[in-house]
Design a protein around this ligand. Structure first.
Ligand code: PRX
Length: 645
């Protein structure tokens, strides 16, 4: 087990800290459904909820008699409440293009889009639409316009391949696709049309709406419409009434990787999700009227949904959005942006921090970052070295730094330091405590609670607002994936430790899911992509540690008869994964083997492959798999070692 610096406390000057015992005492008082009903009253509902939680476990429903609209919460009330001219977004393109949008301008654009969606496309409440857009200001507008009329959207990360897009269109039953011509990445123009064309050839849609980022590089097909044409005859000041939807009306579907099968469409409700975001913007980010907020994620992932779009818009914050990567044209670009806009709340990933800390500190030291107030990271465990660098070099020892633990399924932050509620002393690398109203535990395999300091399975033990409604179209899979390992409790798939003070340390996935640079990938998905290559008979993928990305995939491949291993074939296999799935999923290494180590029941022993690749001892092979024959494993091990030598 990894040694953790349990006792290293950091208190930031100028901040009030409470004792862990006080936090836990106050936290215990929040663990009631009534607590959440009270928090819910802070939102602007059309019909205020009087009930907290209902439903057949695990299909819980929050605030069921409430009626609300996310688009209204994010725009109308700000525009009417005197914030029409407040900047909602400072957008910076990689080429230096700047766009500034106020809440009033967003309100206009969203209403025009909503009008065109319902009048031109005939979209109505409950329909689904897929969104495949890069980080441009129109993306939040599209999401809010669809939410305004009750249409359920599914955003597909713009770095995903045509196949991944097609799968998601098909599974969600999306009627339309909304996209853009492309975006800039490291000075290159990345075009989206080819992927869109291939995807809709497999999963047809009724039409495609195209926004322009690169001057309209798009060869118009019959079903395509450019955004300017789509909106040309829509009056500038049109108003579309936001539909008051039931609290449990699905707001969106977001696909995420699991251990087996295709990605799961996690369905989030409107009311519970809105309440969780409202609360976490306060507790976790301490968001205030005057803040300039920057969450440097991509909207294609849950972090972007919750903390680039809905959370900050609900709070009427001024946000920053940047199109490019953190180290191009140079590794100071992020800090120059933070200085330029006076960013006060900054949220990023450990991978980005590890990437940037490899360069000279001058790149960060040369900028005035005195406006920064709160720093958080998300997506993977943060190693203490990265934590210290973030704390000292970026935060200049003035800002609390946290590692917010949550996942696509939880909707919002679950475990974190909470500078906006009660702040306990920081410990480099920990996630901290569950936020108010959230109950977690670390379990042993038998369902008993693991003693402090022992690694176990991380579990959320009571339902929370923002939890999934289900997996789209597959209630059974929802129950099986999350609610069966520890009956009645939500199993996260993560390993965690609780230290002596009760701080949570999430260590990583306990299942066959990988976390590559904070992106979740199923080993099964990558294996399925590899076997698409004509030379491949069988493949097994494992995650191995990587200094920057945390973890990267390594593929073990058995070739079909008649094919011989070669460097060329390795490259081809890598390219296949890039094209079928995504560049993120590309294996760092392809190892050719003549046989994969399996148990008698045919399960590939990935842990063994990982140990072989890392040159680690196999450990106690008898416990690896119940039905595994030790001799069989040893033989496979010797063979692999021989082949890799
Ligand atoms: O393993 C945990 C890790 O990321 C997984 C969730 O991935 P995803 O659904 O893509 O959402 C990521 C962004 C919310 C978790 O099961 N994870 C996320 N945040 C942390 C983390 N692991 C450790 N520390 C974190 N702060």
């Amino acid at each position: 087990m990894q040694a953790l610096p349990f006792k290293e406390y950091v208190k930031v000057e100028g901040w009030d800290f409470v004792d862990p015992s006080e936090y836990l005492r106050e936290h215990a008082k929040t663990l009631t459904p009534e607590f959440w009903l009270q928090v819910a009253q802070e939102l602007d509902w059309f019909v205020k909820p009087t009930r907290s939680i209902e439903g057949e476990p695990p299909f819980y429903r929050w605030f069921r008699d409430g009626r609300l609209n996310m688009s209204y919460l994010c725009l109308d009330r700000h525009v009417r409440g005197g914030k029409r001219h407040k900047v909602a977004l400072f957008w910076l393109g990689e080429d230096g293009t700047e766009r500034v949008l106020t809440y009033g301008q967003y309100y206009r654009l969203v209403n025009r889009l909503a009008y065109a969606f319902s009048h031109k496309w005939g979209l109505k409440k409950g329909d689904r639409v897929a969104i495949y857009m890069p980080m441009i200001p129109e993306l939040p507008a599209v999401m809010l316009a669809l939410a305004r009329i009750g249409v359920i959207f599914s955003v597909v990360f713009s770095g995903f391949s045509a196949n991944a897009l097609a799968d998601r269109i098909k599974d969600s039953g999306a009627r339309y696709l909304i996209t853009a011509d492309g975006y800039l990445r490291r000075g290159k123009r990345i075009l989206l049309q080819e992927n869109v064309r291939k995807a809709i050839a497999q999963s047809p849609v009724e039409g495609v709406l195209v926004f322009e980022r690169l001057g309209g590089e798009w060869e118009r097909g019959e079903r395509d419409v450019m955004a300017d044409d789509f909106l040309a005859d829509v009056p500038a000041n049109v108003h579309v009434e936001p539909i008051p939807v039931e609290s449990d009306h699905p707001l969106f579907i977001l696909y995420t990787s699991g251990t087996t099968g295709k990605p799961k469409g996690i369905v989030h409700d409107t009311g519970g999700y809105a309440v969780l975001l409202h609360a976490t913007m306060d507790w976790v980010f301490d968001a205030r009227e005057e803040d300039v907020y920057w969450c440097a994620a991509d909207i294609g992932w849950i972090t972007g949904h919750s903390y680039i779009v809905f959370g900050p818009f609900m709070k009427a914050l001024t946000s920053v959005m940047y199109e490019g990567v953190p180290n191009w044209p140079d590794p100071g670009i992020w800090w120059s942006i933070a200085e330029r806009y006076g960013v006060s709340i900054f949220y990023t990933s450990p991978t980005a921090i590890r990437l940037l800390m490899r360069y000279s500190d001058e790149y960060v030291e040369r900028y005035d970052l005195s406006t920064l107030r709160i720093l958080h990271s998300v997506g993977e465990p943060i190693n203490p070295e990265a934590w210290w660098w973030f704390y000292e070099k970026v935060g200049r020892r003035r800002c609390p730094v946290g590692s917010t633990w949550w996942m696509t399924e939880t909707g919002g932050v679950m475990v974190s330091h909470t500078p906006g509620w009660k702040l306990v002393p920081l410990k480099p690398g920990t996630n901290g405590y569950p936020i108010p109203g959230v109950n977690v535990a670390v379990y042993r395999a038998d369902g008993s609670e693991a003693p402090r300091g022992e690694r176990g399975y991380f579990t959320i033990t009571t339902p929370w607002p923002g939890m999934p409604l289900t997996i789209w179209g597959d209630d059974e899979r929802y129950v099986k994936t999350y609610w069966q390992k520890f009956p009645g409790k939500f199993y996260t798939g993560d390993y965690a430790i609780m230290d002596d003070d009760g701080y949570v340390w999430v260590l990583g996935r306990a299942d066959e899911v990988m976390n590559v640079a904070g992106h979740r990938l199923g080993t099964y998905e990558i294996e399925s992509a590899i076997v698409e290559h004509e030379a491949v008979s069988e493949a097994a993928v494992v995650g191995v540690p990587d200094e920057v990305k945390g973890e990267v995939p390594v593929a073990f491949v058995v070739l079909k008869e008649g094919y011989t291993p070669s460097e060329e074939l390795k490259e081809e296999i890598k390219r296949t994964v890039r094209e079928i799935l995504s560049p993120i999923a590309t294996p760092k290494e392809v190892v050719f083997v003549s046989k994969l180590p399996k148990t008698r029941s045919g399960k590939i022993m990935r842990r063994l492959l990982r140990a072989v690749f890392l040159g680690q001892p196999l450990g106690d092979v008898t416990t690896l798999e119940d039905e595994a024959s030790v001799e069989e494993i040893k033989r496979a091990y010797e063979q692999l070692k021989g082949e890799m030598a």
